[in-house]
Design a protein around this ligand. Sequence first.
Ligand SMILES: [Zn+2]
Length: 310
Amino acid sequence: MRVKVLGSAAGGGFPQWNCQCPNCSGLRRGSLKARPRTQTQVIFSPDSKIWFLLCASPDLRQQVLSARELAPPEDSSPSPIAGVFLPSADVDSVMGLLHLREFQSFFVFATRGVQCALQKENRIFRVLERSNPPVKWQTLSSKGRLGCHLTEDSSGPADFICTTLPLGGCYPDYVSEETLSALPPDEATIGFVMEQGDKRLFFAPSLSGSSGAWRSIAETSDIVFIDGTFWSDDELMRTGRSRKSACEIGHLPLSGPGGLLEQFPANAKGRKILIHINNTNPILDEKSAEHRVVLDAGFEIAYDGMELEL
Ligand SMILES: [Zn+2]
């Protein structure tokens, strides 16, 4: 399986257009040793021809254009993009669907709760129905296993298996109280395990920390993309970006007691890669002590253009 990171930042990207935190200001001035980053987007291909998207980032158009693998073939056969897996209904995870509205059919894999949040409250996503045939919504359970085939003939063994697990986040603020009351809480934010043969890719860019079910999967996966949003729980308050803590908005911080660095299984066998990094996070500064701490703990920090194989 080939895997590529097209975007590695949290919502807003890095730098964020309206942010004057030390990171964003330093990057604009050129005084910070750091890479700019677009909003989180990962793609994978089980056969190096057909590609699937993990998330549909607000930066998707630019990201697709930057990835030669995703260019439509010269022979008028269909786009290599076959489907999109949505971990949540957050704006950062779904806005890119609107960039894919150009009369192209593809699969969208999401829980019923996420589909409901998008389709009931946001008529704008109906633009996806203009293609013929329309975009095909596939319902995922928050704790399930789905065999996926790359061809229409699904009689043989699956080409890869998608396992889902609930990660304990909330539905986005834009969902009305009325809709919210009917949505199952454990379908709000899910993680994906993409399994091909004996190899496993785990994608969990938003980890609330309310459940520990992710730990055994992180331990046994070959590549783990995991929530690197915030370094500390009070980061948004200290940088004046919000009055809410990291935990309150559904992200386990990296540092501190009970933080991700402490909770990540010590004997994990695969590569562990921090992704969805907020522009306020000091690990983005390549000369910072925090950057050094995560590298010394054996983590990698995702960057746009990072390519992996498993
Ligand atoms: Zn900033």
